[in-house]
Design a binder for this molecule. Structure first.
Ligand SMILES: [Zn+2]
Length: 245
């Protein structure tokens, strides 16, 4: 059976002498593995379109395993290879997709989030750390962990110092705060950014940024929240953090 789907190469390994084993995030089938025969050879027609981060329309043949017949390239995200910080963050995004997107499911929301994150990272439109926060929190939302950020989950207060409850994804005010809980203090700027990332329509999602200490605090919170709810650890995140500025 032959089928065509848009996909991003989220992992790529050499297999045998010159073949590539790809992991693809597809729009129509979630994460799948596919062989690209001969693609390691520079003159092979699949060489460029089956590199890591390549976005293409893939025509795939499904027998016992899946192999790539053709791949019409749409985007390569060259800018990601310009510096190690961008590259390592892009690899983190891909590892998250590899582990969390199921196969055989329509995955347009994941694919759009990944494509836009790679695009804005490659172009340098937003700070890398901001894109990391958008990616982490929005992935958590897609996975079913939408935080409740309107007011204190206990008393309904919506002013004064607020804390984010990492376990429950909710707000707690300073009156209701319990010290045994995993709570992170929030500034107004960080709370506003979290509300935006959780609730914005997709076209507005990347039109928001923080800087300086606010961005550091946001990054710390989205990462804690994301990792708390994901049943995985990410080697690429450790590497990114070891080199990020
Ligand atoms: Zn309260």
């Amino acid at each position: 059976m032959i089928f065509t789907t848009d996909a991003v190469v989220i992992r790529e390994r050499q297999s045998g002498e010159a073949d590539r084993l790809l992991t693809l995030l597809t729009r129509d089938r979630g994460v799948i593995n596919a062989f690209a025969k001969g693609a390691c050879r520079p003159k092979n027609k699949l060489h460029s379109s089956t590199q890591l981060f390549s976005y293409a329309s893939f025509t795939l043949y499904e027998g016992k395993s899946i192999s790539v017949n053709e791949a019409a390239q749409k985007e390569l995200f060259f800018g990601l290879r310009e510096d190690i910080e961008k590259l390592s963050l892009a690899q983190y995004f891909c590892e998250v997709m590899c582990l969390s997107v199921p196969s055989n499911t329509y995955s347009d929301d994941y694919l759009r989030l990944l494509l836009n994150s790679l695009y804005f990272l490659a172009e340098g439109v937003l700070p890398a750390k901001m894109l990391k926060s958008v990616f982490e929190l929005r992935t958590a939302v897609i996975e079913g962990y939408m935080p409740e950020l309107s007011s204190c989950a206990n008393c309904g207060a919506d002013t004064g110092q607020m804390y984010f409850d990492i376990e429950n994804g909710s707000l707690i005010c300073s009156e209701c705060k319990v010290t045994s809980k995993k709570l992170k203090p929030l500034t107004g700027a960080v709370l506003a950014a979290m509300r935006h990332i959780s609730n914005a329509s997709f076209k507005d999602l990347f039109r928001y940024s923080l800087s300086g200490e606010s961005l550091n605090a946001l990054s710390d919170i989205t990462e804690s929240y994301f990792l708390y709810h994901m049943p995985y650890t990410f080697k690429t995140l450790d590497f990114y953090k070891s080199i990020a500025t």
